[in-house]
Design a binder for this molecule. Structure first.
Ligand code: NAD
Length: 327
């Protein structure tokens, strides 16, 4: 099995290289290039490509891969909204990592919430400059506040658990409620109205695109916290900016951003920020942005490598493809 590994960062090799050497012996070529139309020809001669969340595989790219004899797209992610699945069906397998460490993402969501609430990021920079003034750093207790969890899958459940650990009252919205879960399900509108904290944990679909928009923001209390560790497209960015200007939000934590492709994971510190919405978001003192790193723990990245290579092995051996997103 020959695998073209796109968008390689140094940390990808940490687990993939030794695990492959010890257990599988595939030929893996680690390419720094992202997977896009201009670089799809690099996949010629490979059995599979391995991509990350900001590698978008469009229908023409699927056609090209199929034409070159590539049999599978190995996703190093849970989400699969970045591949044209209809185009892939019947032509090329798409295998994902259904779960690696939901706790990693949920813990990160709570870290973002605690940071925007208690300003630990600002305290850190102040004290390093020997500024011991605490003016402007007053937060709010989370104790007994209402956390609204949108999407009660693996990460949402881990987040519910964490919020309960903080003695928060937890409500949830999911069109497919999990009856075995000890949480109060409410309608989407009730969740928007009653939450002090909203944390998004649903996938990006046609239905969830711009779930956070003018209408939903209008329903929210003043001074709430909004945390998005799911997908940028869940939030209509201009509406969020307007909500921030109107003072709806006490704090916003964004680990994902609708236009993150080509920007997140790159060091662009010498470039002018051309994305005006992103520039505006970074200008708010109560907005914390990070570069899609909720998954980024040793445990999660190790599990991603294990499942991705196991997916490749199942393909090679003609075994059941239990992590196919096409079935
Ligand atoms: P999951 O499939 O276990 O759970 C998703 C839940 O969302 C399901 O319960 C589903 O019923 C629910 N859902 C579907 N449509 C919905 C809707 N319209 N409204 C509300 N809920 C809806 O997925 P997961 O493992 O919990 O992951 C959740 C999301 O987290 C992924 O889709 C991915 O986008 C994101 N993610 C982010 C990172 C990161 O590094 N920031 C890492 C992994 C996953």
């Amino acid at each position: 099995m020959k695998i073209a590994f796109y968008s390689t960062k140094p940390y990808d090799k940490l687990w993939f290289e030794p695990l492959n050497r010890e257990k599988y012996g595939f030929t893996i070529d680690f390419l720094e290039s992202p997977c896009k139309e201009a670089s799809i020809s690099l996949a010629k001669g490979y059995d599979a490509i391995c991509i990350f969340v900001n590698d978008h595989v469009t229908a023409p790219m699927v056609e090209e891969l199929h034409r070159m004899g590539v049999r599978a797209i190995l996703l190093r992610s849970t989400g699969y909204n970045h591949v044209d699945l209809e185009a892939a069906r019947g032509k090329i397998e798409v295998l994902r990592v259904p779960s690696y460490s939901p706790e990693a993402v949920a813990e990160y969501a709570m870290a973002m919430l605690l940071t925007v609430d208690r300003f630990t990021h600002k305290a850190y920079t102040r004290t390093r400059e020997f500024n011991m003034n605490i003016n402007g750093l007053m937060g709010r207790d989370l104790f007994r506040k209402t956390a609204g969890i949108v999407g009660t899958g693996k990460i949402g459940q881990a987040m519910i658990h964490i919020c309960k650990g903080f003695s928060m009252d937890v409500i949830a919205y999911d069109p497919y409620p999990n009856e075995g879960l000890s949480v109060k399900y409410v309608s989407k509108e009730e969740l928007f109205k009653d939450s002090d904290v909203i944390s998004l944990h649903c996938p990006l679909t046609e239905e969830t695109q711009h779930l956070i928009n003018d209408e939903s923001i209008r329903l929210m209390k003043k001074d709430i916290y909004l945390i998005n560790t799911s997908r940028g497209g869940l939030i209509d960015t201009p509406c969020l900016i307007e909500g921030l200007i109107q003072g709806t939000f006490a704090g916003v934590g964004l680990d994902v951003y609708e236009e993150e492709e080509g920007v997140f994971y790159e060091d662009r510190s010498n470039d002018i920020m051309m994305d005006e919405a992103l520039a505006r978001l970074t200008s708010f003192p109560n907005v914390l942005i990070s570069s899609h790193m909720g998954f980024f723990t040793r445990e999660a990245t190790k599990a991603i490598a294990e499942v991705t290579l196991e997916n490749a092995y199942a393909l090679e051996q003609g075994k059941e493809l239990k992590n196919s997103v096409l079935s």
